[in-house]
Design a protein around this ligand. Structure first.
Ligand code: 3PG
Length: 420
C-alpha cells in the first residue's frame, strides 16, 4: 500500500482485446556509446509482463533513451530488437513519433502486432515542457496520437517523477491505466511507509546529484527517512558544502557537470546546518588515476586526483547503520564501480544490504546491474526499475504520472468504457 491509497485503473479493469493501446514504458538503458549495444536490459525485461498481457491488442510502445547532449542519446532500434528477442515475437521499430508514416502504420495495425516508436526526447515538446502547469494536451505529440488510440497504459514508473507530454498528456483524453510495472512498484514500495519499519535509512549515491539533494531535503524534512548516508558524487557535493576542499579533479568535474553548482552547494550547506546529525558523509575516500587506488582520510585532502570511491572506514561505518536499520533504501553507486579498483565501496555496501534483515529497496538503473553481477538480486526485497522516481516516491513526494492516472480514473470511471 502506498503512502496514501491510490485509486487508478489497471489492465484488469477493461477488456482490451482488439483495442489500440498506447503503452508508455521506461526502457532507458545503459548503452555502450560506441557500438550502441544495450549493456543492461533489466528495464526492458521488466515491461514484458505488461506487453504479454496485451497480447490480443494492437500495441504501440513509446519510450525515451537518455537525454539530448549525452553520448547514449540515440534511436530505439536496439530496444526493439531486444524486446523482440525476449518476447520471441516481432516488435517493429518505427522511426517517428506522430509523422504521417507513423499514423499510417498505426492505422494498418492488426491485433497482436506491436510497434515501438522513436525516442520521445528527440522531440522538443517532450524535453522543454516541464512542470504541472503546462498544456500537455495541446502538444503536437498528444494531439496527433490521442485520436489514434483507445487506451493509454502508463508503465513507465522509472520516469513517473517527470511531468512530460508522453507521460501525463493523455489523462483527460482516453482512459489511462497503470501497467504491471507501475502497479508492482507502487504496491511493493508502499510497504516502506509502515510505521513499524524504523529506523529507516537512505543511501544516496551516483551522479544525479540535483535529484538526490532535493529528495534528501524532503526525506529529512518530513521524517520519511531517519538518516541519509551520502556517497558517489552526491557525497562529494556534501563534502564540498561542509567547507572541505575535495581537490581539483573532483571540483572541476562537479563544476563542469552542474552549471548551477553554486546554488546546489548553497542548498546542501543549509541542509547540513539544519540536519547535520542526520546526514552522513564519507570519512575517507579512494582517489585515483590510471587505475591506481589510493585511500585518503579527509584530513589528507585536497589531492589533485579525482575521488572515485568511498574508503574502507566509510564502508565499515555505513555497514553498521545498514545492520541496525529496519528499512534500507539505496539509490546509485558509491563510486566509479565500472572500474574494478573503484567498485569496492559499491559492492561492499550492496553486500551489507543483501545480508541485512531490513526491508531492502534498491533503485537506479546501474544498481540493478551491480546486483545481478554479484548474484545478490534474490536477497533484495524490491529492486525498483526507477532511480529518481523511486527515491521521490519513498520521500513521500507526489509523482506526476500517478496523479495523472488518478485524474484519468476520476474522469473516465463513469464513461462507457468499463468492463464491469
Ligand atoms: C531514469 O533513468 O531515471 C529515467 O529514465 C528518467 O530519466 P531522466 O532522469 O533523464 O529524466
Amino acid at each position: 500500500m502506498p503512502s496514501k491509497p491510490w485509486d487508478v485503473f489497471t489492465l484488469d479493469d477493461f477488456n482490451l482485446k482488439g483495442r489500440t493501446v498506447l503503452v508508455r514504458v521506461d526502457i532507458n538503458s545503459p548503452l555502450d556509446p560506441k557500438s550502441g549495444r544495450i549493456l543492461d536490459d533489466y528495464r526492458i525485461r521488466s515491461h514484458m509482463t505488461t506487453i504479454r498481457d496485451l497480447e490480443k491488442s494492437k500495441v504501440i510502445i513509446l519510450g525515451h533513451q537518455s537525454r539530448p547532449g549525452k553520448n547514449d542519446f540515440t534511436t530505439m532500434n536496439a530496444h526493439a530488437i531486444r524486446m523482440s528477442q525476449i518476447l520471441g515475437k516481432r516488435v517493429e521499430y518505427v522511426d517517428g513519433l506522430f509523422e504521417s508514416h507513423v499514423r499510417q502504420r498505426i492505422r494498418a495495425m492488426e491485433p497482436g502486432q506491436k510497434i515501438l516508436l522513436e525516442n520521445t526526447r528527440f522531440y522538443s515538446e517532450e524535453v522543454v515542457l516541464k512542470g504541472e502547469k503546462q498544456n500537455f494536451e495541446g502538444t503536437h505529440i498528444v494531439k496527433h496520437l490521442a485520436p489514434m488510440i483507445e487506451f493509454f497504459v502508463n508503465d513507465a514508473f522509472a520516469a513517473a517523477h517527470r511531468a512530460q507530454p508522453t507521460l501525463v498528456g493523455f489523462a483527460g483524453l482516453v482512459p489511462n491505466l497503470a501497467g504491471r510495472v507501475m502497479q508492482k512498484e507502487i504496491e511493493d514500495m508502499g510497504r516502506a511507509f509502515d510505521p513499524g519499519l524504523s529506523p529507516k535509512i537512505a543511501l544516496l549515491g551516483g551522479v544525479k546529484v540535483d535529484d538526490s539533494i532535493d529528495v534528501a531535503r524532503h526525506m529529512l524534512e518530513d521524517g520519511s527517512m531517519d538518516k541519509v548516508l551520502t556517497m558517489g558524487v552526491v557525497g562529494q557535493v556534501f563534502l564540498m558544502a561542509s567547507g572541505l576542499d575535495i581537490g581539483e579533479g573532483s571540483t572541476e568535474f562537479i563544476k563542469r557537470e552542474f552549471p548551477d553548482h553554486k546554488e546546489m552547494i548553497k542548498e546542501t550547506k543549509s541542509m547540513l546546518d539544519k540536519w547535520g546529525d542526520r546526514i552522513l558523509m564519507p570519512k575517507d575516500v579512494a582517489v585515483g588515476n590510471n587505475g591506481r587506488r589510493n585511500v585518503v582520510a579527509l584530513s589528507g585532502l585536497p589531492v589533485p586526483e579525482p575521488i572515485m570511491d568511498i574508503g574502507i572506514e566509510t564502508i565499515v561505518e555505513y555497514s553498521k547503520h545498514i545492520r541496525d536499520a529496519k528499512l534500507v533504501l539505496v539509490n546509485g553507486p558509491a563510486g566509479a564501480f565500472e572500474y574494478d579498483k573503484f567498485s569496492i565501496g559499491t559492492t561492499e555496501t550492496f553486500r551489507s544490504i543483501a545480508h541485512s534483515r531490513a526491508y531492502s529497496i534498491v533503485g537506479g538503473g546501474h544498481s540493478t546491474a551491480v546486483l545481478e553481477n554479484l548474484d545478490l538480486s534474490s536477497s533484495i526485497d524490491h529492486i525498483s526499475t526507477g532511480g529518481g522516481s523511486c527515491i521521490n516516491f519513498l520521500a513521500g513526494k507526489a509523482l506526476p504520472s500517478v496523479e495523472a492516472l488518478e485524474r484519468s480514473k476520476r474522469i473516465f470511471e463513469k464513461g462507457p468504457f468499463q468492463k464491469h
